[in-house]
Design a protein around this ligand. Structure first.
Ligand code: SAH
Length: 259
């Protein structure tokens, strides 16, 4: 069993090994924007390995029909196991995630936890999935990015990489912060605006133009709460309202009633 890592500890660098039959899927993703820069600056390193290169036989077949019958093909365990061992190589053991719709739901808390691991291995399935022995023998966790079925684990791996990488120091631009945004405190982020002050008849809320920082902060907290109540009541069940928030909400609805 691996030990739990306190969510505040973040590694300075991230090494990611991706196991995928389609390494080219990641080409532009790894070159672009924040992640592309983080890779250029050596904060994030990503390496890709294809199980196909470790498959046996003339046809290098990586999949086969499921035992017990049923549609589609299942990835065989041997090429995946050999690819894991080759990918980890000298630097040794990674924290290994198997991407699957039947995994634990990926969320910001897990992203923070993974940001403390330093070295990740992401195993992408294809077709109907991967022989169960890969999960049993190799995976530290099985992770799903949502309740829908993709054709492969590559997009899911990209989601995990992007969510984790942006938490490392130096990946987000100066002054940007990952602390004050959706999910960090079990609340959705408040809405934001930029110039122009009026666009197609819609004006930016006046309080944001007031220059009164305390008022702006309070308004944002109350918008954040309102949005969370309307769109994600499940978050409120897991992170109940604080006394401050109750006061804010009661104050806010009293004001709205007066309008
Ligand atoms: N038959 C499987 C689905 C296989 S989809 C089932 O019903 O569970 C093929 C591959 O896509 C999976 O092996 C997995 O790696 C990836 N995948 C699909 N949906 C995913 C999701 N929501 N989260 C993470 N990976 C997913």
């Amino acid at each position: 069993m691996s030990s739990r890592i306190p969510s505040r500890e973040v590694a300075r660098q991230l090494d990611v090994e991706i196991l995928t039959l389609f390494p080219e899927v990641f080409d532009s993703f790894l070159r672009t924007s924040l992640l592309g820069k983080a890779i250029e600056n050596g904060i994030v390193r990503v390496h890709r390995t294809s199980p196909r290169d470790y498959a046996q036989g003339r046809h290098r077949q990586v999949d086969d029909a499921p035992y017990g019958g049923g549609p589609g093909m299942i990835l065989r365990p041997e090429p995946v196991a050999a690819a894991i061992e080759a990918a980890e190589g000298e630097p040794g053991r990674c924290y290994r995630l198997l991407l699957s719709p039947s995994g634990r739901l990926f969320d910001q808390a897990l992203a923070r936890e993974l940001a403390g691991r330093g070295r990740l291995l992401l195993i992408c399935g294809r077709y109907e999935g991967i022989d169960q022995r890969v999960a049993d023998l190799f995976a530290d966790e099985t992770v799903s990015i949502g309740d829908y079925v993709l054709a492969g684990g590559e997009m899911a791996a990209a989601v995990v990489i992007e969510a984790v990488a942006r938490l490392l120091p130096g990946v987000l631009g100066c002054g940007e912060s990952a602390d004050d945004e959706s999910f960090s405190a079990g609340r959705l982020e408040y809405p934001q605006w930029t110039r122009p002050a009026t666009f197609r008849g819609l004006a930016v809320p006046e309080v944001l133009l007031s220059g009164n920082h305390a008022q702006v902060a309070q308004w944002r907290r109350s918008e954040s709460l309102r949005r969370t109540e309307a769109r994600r009541p499940d978050l409120l069940l897991r992170h109940p309202l604080s006394d401050d928030e109750k006061a804010l909400r009661d104050g806010g609805s009293a004001k709205r009633r007066r309008k």
